[in-house]
Write a protein that binds this ligand. Sequence first.
Ligand SMILES: Nc1ncnc2c1ncn2[C@@H]1O[C@H](COP(=O)(O)OP(=O)(O)OP(=O)(O)O)[C@@H](O)[C@H]1O
Ligand SMILES: [Mg+2]
Length: 451
Amino acid sequence: MNTHSSPSISACAVAGNLDEKMTDNAWIDVIQQMDAIYADLVTYQVELEKKNEELEQAQQFIESVLSSMHDVLVVADIDGKIQRVNQTLERLIGQRGEALQGKPLSILFPPSVAPLVNEFPEKIRSGDLIDCEVSMLDSSGELVLMAVTCKAHYAHDGRLLGSVLTGRPLDEIRRAYRELQAAHEQLKAAQNQLIQSEKMASLGRLVAGVAHELNNPISFVFGNMHALRSYESRFRQYLDEVHRNISVEAREKLRAELKIDHILDDIGPLLEGSLEGAERVRDIVQELRRFSAPKNNSVGEFDLVSLVKSAVHWVVKSARTPPQVLFDVPERLVVQASEGYIQQILINLLQNALDAVEELDQPRIDVALAARQGQAVVTIHDNGPGIAEDDLLRVFDPFFTTKPVGKGTGLGLYISYGLATEQCNGSLTVKNDPAGGAVFTLSFPVGEVRS
Ligand SMILES: Nc1ncnc2c1ncn2[C@@H]1O[C@H](COP(=O)(O)OP(=O)(O)OP(=O)(O)O)[C@@H](O)[C@H]1O
Ligand SMILES: [Mg+2]
């Protein structure tokens, strides 16, 4: 039996073992599932925290954008009740946002505007965009004119939530605009002054040439006057003797001694020469007056050839060693432009050319003038050293100069470029001639010229 009983005992034991094993497995299952659920929970928690952090950052971002906005901002619900405002509005009206919550938009405006503002919710519901200029009330009850825009504001599912109103104080914009305009006017005045003083500086240099030009005829007249004065005393002496009724012989002797006949022969040419000198002085003065008379900077008709020639004449006169100037110009070229500005540009270009050839043994300046496709083109080509490649673009910069202190300010070409391009609608360019020297080309429209 024992032999029998032992298998049943062992079968029980096996069954018991099986049960135990199953229970263990079930527990393991449960534990594993709990582990998985716990792991999921941890993952969700981490994700939630991450989302929370993102949400907080987004909120902080929106807060900082709202608080740094210069415009006032009001968020209202669908009935036009205030939900939120930004700090600019709080500062403007002197009230905290919380105190405004739930109140109608119209309390931000004076009573006269309230009916208009009360229509905003209806307009927003019907899809209108509101854009108007209305006054708001500031903390001291003063009216502040605003450019106001009010737009619908929707939930992510497209549901209309209400409206967002933004307003920008117009007084500030207008004041900023006025300040900008005043600054612009000041800049224009300073620029005009710069052009004027630069013009005076270059005219100053021309004075030397004028003095030289006047010197010749004046010294001529001077010399003649001295001769006439000595003749006058000899005549007086001769006439005195004649009136004392001296003998014919004594008179003839005196006439020969005082060289009265020679004087009589000489007086004519002397007077003629003096007259010529005086006329030359008069012409120079007239020419100079014409040249330096404040030219009208507004557009007018004039002969460009005579302007170029007189500019060359006066600028070259101021040179210590006048260069040879070769002209390639037509008889006349009537243009319609600003004579004053063109003259100023020409003087600057010619003075630069003169400076460039000053030290040469055979200084030479070629001046050409032509009309091409409605443009007057003036080229001034010197036989100086030309301009270093690196400097070709810099020569038009303000204060760029390679001349010694006191000789050049570096404004001539800067101002000329501005006058050519902005005032005369033309261009001013520079290049080096491969054969030597610098070539400056001024072009500008000749305008409508009467033939
Ligand atoms: N014809 C030229 N040949 C060589 N260099 C020139 C010539 N014209 C101008 N330059 C260079 O360009 C520079 C700028 O010329 P710009 O006329 O602006 O000033 P500046 O002549 O030096 O002084 P200023 O203000 O008295 O005119 C000159 O210093 C010179 O170096
Ligand atoms: Mg110059």
